[in-house]
Design a binder for this molecule. Structure first.
Ligand code: ADP
Ligand code: MG
Length: 683
């Protein structure tokens, strides 16, 4: 028996459970169920009520029924394919239990002659007799059968019966943990304890009762614990004392005055927030969030400029080589020749690479651009002062934490994301960082006009782009996402390329996942130089690349994308000051839901608003491709349904932070809910 207050039982290995050996444990582990605690969230989907019993004469054919009977005769025919039979009776009649493929010994053990047993199963009628075939629910202990049996979505190799047995066992051993919340919080949940809540959660009659105190309390625990971990990481990062950065603001002013545009208010404001962090002696861990085209790059480059002027090195990372290279070229253009700048490609020649690495180590380089390859072990910096990461929404908390550690104490971290997320998710996803938001877009921007078109009307589209090309505009043609397989995407891009090439000879370029880097570079460069009018591609152009002259984007099979993703793709155009157009193409007429989603996209250019609507329509798991991003997903909590709880958790965390409250009372909560490595350095 375990200590009733001890949470260790819940963190034990599955094999601690009776009836669970290595084989079963491994099956569960494959489903990411590693501890007893993980099993608590395996909830019944429905149940079979075996609690009511009847007499043989009242049996209903075709129904699942439970009866008390006494076995009185075995019939074991010993002929292949003929089943074994046990005739059972009660005072009202007979019932045959039919067994295919069961050993006599086993049958005799579970159905001993003359002893009363309880049987439950589906009743059939054969040659004028009631029968149950291969009954699974047989016991001398009628209370074991006469109850509600939960149905679970089954893990291969684990029967429903075993699931019921294991979960029942856990519930009966469930520790009565000490309460971690204060009365004021608990009041929201009618003071129900964690212990009681788990008990309620597993009762078959409570399946799907999301609007109950027990459910909401458990969802809240989950949200709150993740916020708490974030808050602790943030506190911890702030605790590092770093050398503050000293730079001349006149140099910044000078730099800005040479740009061919005026910074927007939000750009200036966020730059100030970043500068404040840089000159402080606390380590910066900040996210610069702004819709596509809001002009984050220049803000990051000005910060980089300041850091370099204070004598530190900067690493600028982007998710793709193309994007990293574009930032690199922009920086080269903007920075004076006094700043040493280099691009680190995974494809560069060994000799060049080695030289670059040496220069970095010997402080002969001020800023380096590249993909995540710039954070490999081999890459050493002399005195790294700032890491900038563009389009980082695919990073999880763990990766971010590692990144911040990697740079060392003097290194500030600035992340950028063009993926506006719904308000309720901000703390969930970015709670470990400080946030700067660019809401405003450059004034010269015109809104992108968005249209829908059936694929069969492709001729209209061709005529439209012919006119546009005539006046010197360029076109992105994004090929359908057919399924997850990149191979098929590539093939469809090639088909479209061949189709368009016939109409626009020598003016169409093709880019897909298989195009190699050096070729990609050439193609992109040629496209920028207007050597091509049309760029056919898979979704690889989704992230960050800037083509001021392209003002039309055609997106095929548009219903395969989420709204946020479509908004991002659309953001590839409309970056210059020309009128831009986005045409969403569809294979067939749209469903009402699809139409509704597109209306949102057509009517709004505000990424934050679009993401809110998208989440409401599709649920949070699906938006932004979080599923693939390895970000924490909740077991019970849902940002759409439980918005109230997310706000409650956010306010409670703020209160705790402001009062500098001791968080040791949450130790159990954090240990149980966040078994990630980060937590180990915290509690
Ligand atoms: P994102 O925030 O999506 O990364 P970028 O930084 O790539 O956007 O900027 C998009 C385009 O807007 C670039 O061509 C950039 O030069 C331009 N830009 C940035 N800031 C301004 C501004 N204040 N006024 C006009 N154009 C701007
Ligand atoms: Mg960008």
């Amino acid at each position: 028996m375990n200590n009733k207050k001890d949470y260790n039982y819940l963190l034990s290995d599955l094999t601690k459970l009776k009836g669970v050996g290595n084989k079963i444990a491994n099956l569960l582990k494959r489903k990411k169920i590693n501890t007893i605690f993980d099993l608590l969230w395996k909830l019944p989907k429905s149940y079979t009520d075996r609690s009511i019993s009847s007499k043989i004469k009242d049996l209903k054919i075709g129904d699942i029924q439970t009866i008390n009977v006494v076995p009185y005769r075995y019939n074991f025919p010993r002929i292949r394919n003929l089943p074994n039979k046990v005739v059972c009776k009660d005072e009202t009649g007979n019932l045959d239990c039919i067994f295919f493929n069961s050993y006599e010994g086993y049958i005799k053990k579970i159905l001993p002659i003359g002893k009363q047993v309880t049987i439950s199963g589906k009743i059939s009628f054969f040659r004028n007799k009631y029968q149950i075939t291969n009954p699974k629910y047989i016991s001398k202990e009628s209370s074991l059968i006469k109850t509600k049996h939960n149905k679970y979505s089954l893990t291969e190799g684990i029967s429903e019966k075993l699931y019921n047995k294991i979960i029942k066992q856990i519930i009966s051993n469930l520790p009565k943990l000490e309460e971690w919340h204060n009365k004021k919080i608990l009041k929201n949940f009618n003071y129900i304890s964690w212990y009681e809540s788990i008990n309620e959660l597993h009762k078959p009659e409570n399946i799907g009762k999301y609007k109950t105190s027990f459910y909401e309390r458990l969802a809240f625990d989950e949200i709150f614990s993740s916020y708490l971990v974030h808050s602790e990481i943030r506190k911890k990062i702030r605790k590092f004392k770093k050398k503050s950065k000293k730079f001349d603001l006149n140099k910044q002013k000078d730099f800005i005055s040479k740009l061919n545009f005026k910074l927007t208010n939000d750009q200036r404001f966020t730059l100030e927030e970043i500068n404040k962090d840089l000159i402080s002696n606390q380590k910066m861990f900040r996210l610069l969030q702004g819709d596509v085209g809001s002009g984050k790059t220049i803000v990051a480059l000005i910060s980089a400029f300041n850091v370099i002027n204070s004598g530190f090195q900067v690493a600028f990372m982007a998710p793709t080589e193309i994007l990293a290279r574009q930032h690199f070229f922009l920086a080269k253009k903007l920075f004076s020749s006094l700043i040493n700048i280099e691009f680190l490609s995974s494809k560069s020649e060994y000799k060049d690479r080695k030289k670059t690495l040496n220069n970095l180590k010997n402080n002969k380089l001020d800023i380096i651009f590249g993909t995540h390859s710039i954070f490999q072990k081999k890459v050493e910096f002399s005195n790294l002062g700032l890491i900038i990461i563009d389009e980082q929404h695919k990073f999880g908390v763990n990766q971010r934490k590692k990144l911040s550690d990697k740079g060392g104490n003097n290194c500030d971290v600035l992340l950028m994301s063009a993926t506006p997320i719904p308000r309720t998710l901000t703390m969930t996803i970015y709670g470990d960082m400080d946030l700067s938001i660019i809401k405003e877009k450059p004034k010269s921007r015109k809104e992108v006009k968005t249209y829908t078109k059936l694929e069969s009307k492709v001729d209209d589209v061709i005529n439209f782009i012919k006119k546009e090309i005539k006046v010197g505009n360029q076109v992105f043609w994004v090929c359908p996402l057919i399924d997850e397989s990149k191979k098929i995407d590539n093939a469809s891009a090639i088909l479209k390329y061949n189709f368009l090439k016939k109409i626009f000879p020598n003016k169409v370029a093709l880019l897909h996942g298989k195009t190699d880097t050096s070729e990609k570079e050439l193609i992109l460069d040629d496209f920028l130089k207007k050597k091509y009018d049309i760029m056919v591609s898979t979704t690889i152009i989704e992230v960050g690349i800037d083509f001021p002259n392209a003002n039309i984007i055609i997106i095929e099979n548009a219903n395969k994308f989420g709204l946020s993703q479509l908004h991002q793709l659309r953001g590839r155009v409309g970056r210059g000051n020309k009128q831009s157009t986005c045409i969403l193409m569809f294979k067939s007429s749209l469903t009402e839901n699809a139409k509704q989603r597109l209306r949102i996209l057509k009517n709004s250019n505000d990424g934050f608003k679009i993401s809110e609507e998208d989440m409401k329509l599709r649920g949070y798991g699906d938006i932004l491709g979080f599923k693939q991003s390895g970000l924490k997903t909740f077991r019970l909590a849902d940002p759409v349904m439980n918005e109230k709880l997310f706000n409650l958790a956010e306010n409670e965390i703020k209160r705790i932070e402001n009062n500098n409250e001791d968080i040791s009372k949450f130790k159990t909560l954090m240990k149980l809910y966040d078994q990630a490595d980060i937590i180990n350095d915290i509690v």
